[in-house]
Unconditional design. Structure first.
Length: 237
């Protein structure tokens, strides 16, 4: 009789201790400050708990949460560990992976406002190299900008290739196409100048002409409104 009584007492004490241990573990929580874009569903996924777990711990009825408030997030892993004294063979709960951050672009690389094919970029860069070889980087960007402005203008063909290879009268519009110097490879500066022009950050007030006043023989081109002079070239419209 005494043995049975003692056995009952031991079982009762163990049950009480298990209950206390479970509750103590179940209330373990992480404080989280709500930011823009959060929701109970997203927080549940991130911490591998249910929406009801979060609402219960924070004494919430509805699902609304507010930017700047602090929520207690239950520690699901600790709760599961307290539910059994046997080693668990279940697979660990999957935690939400943090979203990958976009790779930062180099400071000098801007997103193009317009997109052209790789072959047209190469063609434009070779024209820039031929027309502005020896000119500054700004001057090279200016030549590329004129070509892109012509593509946008109703007075000229609507593609880079069409503009560069346009025939005016009995000759090509650009002398490097006429004399073949456009076939030479472009320098890195000319390639970068094309990329810069494609951002359309400075359109040179939509200039559609450029010329060297020391070598130009066409008086008509000199009658055009001058927008800017860069190095040896005058840009006009």
């Amino acid at each position: 009789m005494k043995h049975s009584y003692m056995k009952s007492m031991v079982v009762a004490c163990l049950a009480t201790l298990s209950f206390i241990g479970f509750n103590a573990t179940a209330t373990a929580a992480t404080n989280y400050k709500v930011v823009k874009g959060d929701s109970l569903w997203k927080l549940g996924k991130r911490y591998s708990v249910t929406i009801d777990d979060i609402k219960k711990l924070n004494n919430r009825q509805g699902d609304m949460i507010y930017i700047g408030e602090t929520l207690a997030i239950p520690s699901k892993t600790k709760v599961l560990a307290a539910e059994t004294t046997e080693p668990s063979t279940a697979a660990p709960a999957h935690t939400a992976k943090p979203e990958p951050k976009p790779e930062a672009k180099p400071a000098d690389q801007e997103t193009p406002a317009v997109s052209i094919s790789a072959s047209e970029k190469d063609l434009l860069a070779r024209l820039v190299e031929a027309e502005a070889k020896g000119e500054s980087y700004e001057g090279k960007v200016g030549v590329a900008t004129v070509v892109l402005n012509r593509v946008d203008s109703p007075k000229f063909p609507d593609t880079v290739t069409g503009v560069i290879k346009q025939v005016v009268g009995k000759a090509y519009a650009f002398s490097p196409v006429q004399n073949g110097s456009i076939n030479k490879p472009a320098s890195e500066d000319s390639k970068k100048a094309v990329e810069q022009a494609l951002t359309r950050k400075d359109r040179l007030d939509d200039s559609i002409y450029f010329y060297n006043p020391k070598t130009a023989t066409d008086n008509w081109i000199r009658s055009r409104a001058v927008i800017k002079t860069i190095d040896h070239h005058v840009f006009a419209k």
